[in-house]
Design a protein around this ligand. Sequence first.
Ligand SMILES: *Cc1c(COP(=O)(O)O)cnc(C)c1O
Length: 456
Amino acid sequence: MADIGQKLKVIPAMDVILGADWVQTWLERLGRERGKRIINKELSIIRADIIEHGIDFSYDDFKASCLNALTFAARPSLKHVINATGVVIHTNLGRSLIAPEAIKAMSDIAGHYSNLEYDLQAGARGQRYSHVEEALCSLTGAEAALVVNNNAGAVLLALSALAKNREVIVSRGELVEIGGSFRIPDIMELSGAHLIETGTTNKTHLFDYENAITERTSMLLKIHPSNFRITGFTTAPERRDLAKLAHDNNLIFMEDAGSGLLIDGDVINLPASAGEITVRSCLEHGADIVTFSGDKILGGPQIGGIVGKKIYIDKIKKYPLARALRVDKVTLASFEATLRLYATGNYDEIPTLRMIRRDPEEMRQQAERMAQKLSGTVIEVDDATGGGSCPEISLRGFAVALKHRLGAAHIQKLLRNLDIPILCGVRDDEIILHVRTLQDGEDDLIIASMEKILNA
Ligand SMILES: *Cc1c(COP(=O)(O)O)cnc(C)c1O
């Protein structure tokens, strides 16, 4: 015990530490209270190591641990990372990148007062939705539109406003979970609508929907099976038939379209078999309401779009939950600018669309250049759109494969700990750097970091 007491004496008292020269710049950078908290936490870790494991710490060891913790804490938590995974819409890495035009709009609106809810023509209070409603209607053919925080919010809001305490019929083949947190049965319960499941997992016929209709039914709901496909013997009724059935029974036909495709899939080289249909065609096939995400294949900021018939959209806009899910002005500015790029057909200005339709030959050349500098090999890879869009469609891409004696897992860890972390794939114990998702200047950043790591 005397021994441990002796070892603990190496650690100075807090006020002595706070007076030390090497701590001062950190107290300024982090603020005194936060700096103190971080040192305190480090002290308890060191004390535990001494008491439980009998480890010997010198004053220098103690100082190095504190400096390490302080340096880490001073870095922003949310930071730029390099996506070398080849997954374009990577939910863990922030989904879609915002178009440069949209970033300009965001910074302009963020730093100035704006007419967010002010109608400049009338000189009176206006609606925040007005800034994107017309653009959304002209891109989708809808009568009316609004946007909220995200698509999960859009579905929740639409169900609450239109189907609370009523029954909503959904095919068992479409009761999906997306990203581990969006489950239709849960959202349904939260909205106060009653879920009526119909059909089976692989086959649901029109008569299944028909048989499930009661006097309590308010809606037929179709959900895009974003991140999975049931293949083999499957049946689902045509949208037109579902719409007709709904309308013959005075019901609403709503579709959760998931990704929010605003242009024909062939513009971004998506084969028809990908099963992605545009928001416009959902409406043309008879949907009264369509909801979708802004930051998946649409390539904009995180929003949930709700488009469709004016009588329903008006009801949704007035529903109190809309206030809780409302979109903020910076996001709105970004979304408006993104929609303008769609209106003018500047698809390559939208990073998500540009990356999905990149030319394979151009990617091969990029991989060649990097491989040469890194002494790696160029390989062909399957990239993905990601974000629950077109799960079974892989995009042909190119990557640089690198082998290192320390093993891929070890190198990956070093790459994650960089100031600008690099996320990549692994195959057969090789690091795989996909080029599709690299942004301007990131090739050079990767080369510089890799050289440092590999030669260390
Ligand atoms: C992604 C997705 C959602 C959730 O959208 P968020 O914008 O992430 O809230 C809901 N439904 C479907 C079908 C989806 O693909």
